[in-house]
Write a protein that binds this ligand. Structure first.
Ligand code: TYD
Length: 202
């Protein structure tokens, strides 16, 4: 019984973190050993890079390179060893976020991102990606209700988030086998049913 690599994606405010917590509990109750992790971050160095990435203004290519530098470390120290042990890995964001935010949001070319993707992860891809999709006005309302300071990405304008959402959906349309779109406007109960169904066949 091998482990599986599952990633969760979506625009800021799509409710992904809530669903991630539920999913991890659910997988553990099915008897799987699950490593729960996140990007950018997931390692001591990655978490330091995360702080810089979320707080410090920088050139868009610097941003992309640091995202992939953190990812390299994460793959080597957490993701690959966990999968090799047969554990499941549930990761809050991965490379699809780079294509959506640095590509769609900031306008970095898909070609450059593709080079970094191949360099950093070779042919390793998630077995399953859950894309939580929600219209940007709803996502913005959810974020406005958060009682914490918004990070550098969350502070971006609505058109940035529109481009991020469009890039995510375009990627899902190109890779329907791996990327499953979940309408985040549904009730929690309906989302849970859908998650159970999707993850039972991965
Ligand atoms: P997020 O999961 O939103 O953290 P939190 O739920 O704690 O706010 O991730 C932080 C941000 O990082 C998010 O706005 C998207 C951004 N990001 C990228 O721009 N590119 C990437 O490759 C990754 C992994 C994240």
């Amino acid at each position: 019984m091998g482990g599986r690599f599952i990633t969760l994606e979506g625009v800021d405010g799509a409710g992904k973190s809530t669903h991630l917590t539920w999913l991890v509990k659910q997988l553990r109750s099915r008897g799987h050993r699950v490593a729960q992790t996140r990007e950018p971050g997931g390692t001591p160095l990655g978490e330091k890079l995360r702080e810089l990435l979320l707080g410090e203004p920088m050139h868009l290519e610097t941003e992309a390179l640091l995202m992939f530098a953190a990812r390299r470390e994460h793959l080597e120290r957490v993701i690959k060893p966990s999968l090799a042990r047969g554990d499941w890995v549930v990761c809050d964001r991965f490379t699809d976020a780079s294509f959506a935010y640095q590509g769609g949001g900031r306008g970095l070319s898909t070609e450059k991102l593709g080079i970094l993707e191949t360099w950093v992860q070779g042919d390793l891809q998630p077995d399953l990606t859950l894309l939580f999709d929600v219209p940007i006005d709803i996502a913005a309302q959810r974020m406005a209700g958060a009682d914490r300071q918004l990070d550098r990405f969350e502070q971006e304008h609505a058109d940035f988030h529109q481009r991020v959402r469009a890039a995510y959906l375009a990627r899902a349309a190109r890779m329907p086998e791996r990327v499953k779109v979940i309408d985040s406007r549904q009730s929690l109960e309906d989302i849970h049913k859908q998650l159970e169904l999707i993850t039972s066949s991965v």
